[in-house]
Design a protein around this ligand. Structure first.
Ligand code: CTP
Ligand code: MG
Length: 229
């Protein structure tokens, strides 16, 4: 089953504090953005990549694509101030009617097996997102005081990729835009339409590189993988 992928890459990486888009920072001598792009470049089921970028970074990214021989980037629309708007910018230049995957460019460690499980589930059910089970004890807190301990077994920490029937995601994004609703992931927009979304169990390595500590974790993952483990 073929799919297209939307990669929002138009953030500024404020929490990383690197003074530039964190996606240009290197792990194992390669930009984070390229690590993520390579996953999809190598995946035969991936037909095309839609990359949302900042206008000021567009030509630099173009040169990086050439340098690292990334050939599947179809379009590079200019992203918006919010991640949701960057995803929408990609959807607006797409015309496919199949499965579309949305994946943070800042999650370079996603595994092909998870992607394919998501595609299978989304083609069967319409919507499927990656997540992992919560590990810690979870409590609801208000003004520093515990209100309740929340039953952990039903709690999942949600990641990307998130896979959808193309028309469903487009409808959800356009309806959110029309009503000025801003969600923190694509699933929220689909949930608003009262559609079912399924979760596919991913793994704890699929982190979003957000702060400096994540770079240490990332180097460790790449070292281990380079050792064939
Ligand atoms: N992103 C985007 N457009 C935005 C904001 C974010 O395309 N307006 C992208 C980022 O480039 C990243 C992904 O969405 O690949 C997840 O966002 P996040 O990890 O929050 O990255 P930043 O927004 O860049 O970081 P920060 O929130 O710390 O500024
Ligand atoms: Mg952000």
């Amino acid at each position: 089953m073929q799919y297209d992928v939307i990669l929002p890459a138009a953030g500024s990486g404020k929490r990383m504090g690197a003074g530039k888009n964190k996606l240009f920072l290197e792990l194992a001598n390669k930009p984070i953005l390229i690590h993520t792009l390579e996953v999809f470049e190598k995946d035969e089921a991936c037909r095309a990549i839609f990359l949302a970028v900042k206008s000021s970074e567009r030509s630099f990214i173009q040169s990086q694509l050439q340098k690292y021989n990334i050939t599947k980037v179809n379009e590079m629309p200019i992203g918006g101030d919010e991640r949701q708007h960057s995803v929408l910018a990609c959807l607006k230049v797409m015309d496919t009617g199949d499965i579309v995957l949305v994946h943070d460019a800042a999650r370079p460690f996603i595994e092909q097996s998870t992607i394919h499980a998501l595609i299978r589930k989304a083609s069967e059910k319409g919507a499927a997102i990656a997540g992992v089970r919560a590990k810690d004890t979870m409590k609801r807190v208000s003004n520093g005081r515990i209100e309740e301990t929340v039953e952990r077994s039903s709690l999942w920490m949600i990641q990307t990729p998130q896979a959808f029937d193309f028309e469903l995601l487009k409808e959800a994004e356009l309806s959110a835009e029309a009503e000025g609703f801003l969600g923190t992931d694509e699933s929220m927009l689909v949930e608003r339409l009262d559609k079912e979304v399924y979760v596919v169990e991913s793994n704890y390595e699929n982190v979003k590189i957000t702060t400096k500590e994540d770079l240490i974790f990332g180097e460790a993952i790449l070292n281990r993988r380079a050792g064939g483990k």
